[in-house]
Design a protein around this ligand. Structure first.
Ligand SMILES: C[S@@+](CC[C@H](N)C(=O)[O-])C[C@H]1O[C@@H](n2cnc3c(N)ncnc32)[C@H](O)[C@@H]1O
Length: 167
């Protein structure tokens, strides 16, 4: 998949020159099957849909799934393969204000790594059924980790710029 042309630079956005070389490589360990074929169909975030999605893990990693079935929620890391990587100040259409990429959950970022905490419904062989994703059908999978409420939950957390806004 190539970059999505919908990601053109908008007024108020800033792009930078990216480094000439990558510093590391990674393995895609599977693909994510979702009902969404276009970005405009995707929920804006994992809370935006109850749809069941299927994570297809490369069978070579099957042994790594041991004990994951005891977990109710899983942190899913995935690669936003259709996003540009050079836009450091962005103006999301639904907010209409420019903000720094590292203050946003935008898929467009230097390393387009996305994360969601998904409810684990079941595991059948190398296919995980989950609820709580927001990516295009076919999005590459980078990693799976157990969600630890004792470590990962921060009920006191604040996103100041977002307060008082809808959507
Ligand atoms: C705002 S991002 C949030 C991603 C993740 N939940 C996170 O917080 O890191 C979700 C949006 O990314 C876009 N998107 C989904 N899959 C993509 C892909 N494979 N490449 C580029 N953009 C994608 C869709 O517009 C979707 O609504």
């Amino acid at each position: 998949m190539g970059e999505d042309p919908e990601f053109g630079l908008r007024e108020g956005e800033v792009a930078v020159a990216l480094p000439e070389r990558f510093d590391a490589g990674l393995y895609f360990i599977g693909r994510i099957e979702t009902p969404w074929r276009k970005r405009s169909e995707c929920p804006k975030n994992p809370a935006g849909s109850d749809a069941l999605c299927h994570i297809h893990l490369d069978p070579r990693y099957a042994a790594g799934l041991a004990d994951l079935d005891t977990c109710s929620h899983v942190i899913v890391l995935y690669f936003m393969d259709q996003a540009p990587r050079d836009i450091v100040v962005q103006r999301p259409r639904h907010y209409g204000v420019s903000r720094g990429v590292f203050a946003l959950r935008s898929p467009a970022r230097p390393n387009p790594i996305a994360l969601s905490v998904a409810e684990l419904i079941g595991i059948d062989g190398c296919v995980l059924t989950v609820r709580g994703l927001d990516c295009l059908d076919g999005t590459p999978l980078i990693d799976l980790k157990p969600y630890f409420p004792s470590i990962d939950s921060k009920p006191e957390a604040v996103v100041g710029w977002r307060e008082g806004q809808d959507g």
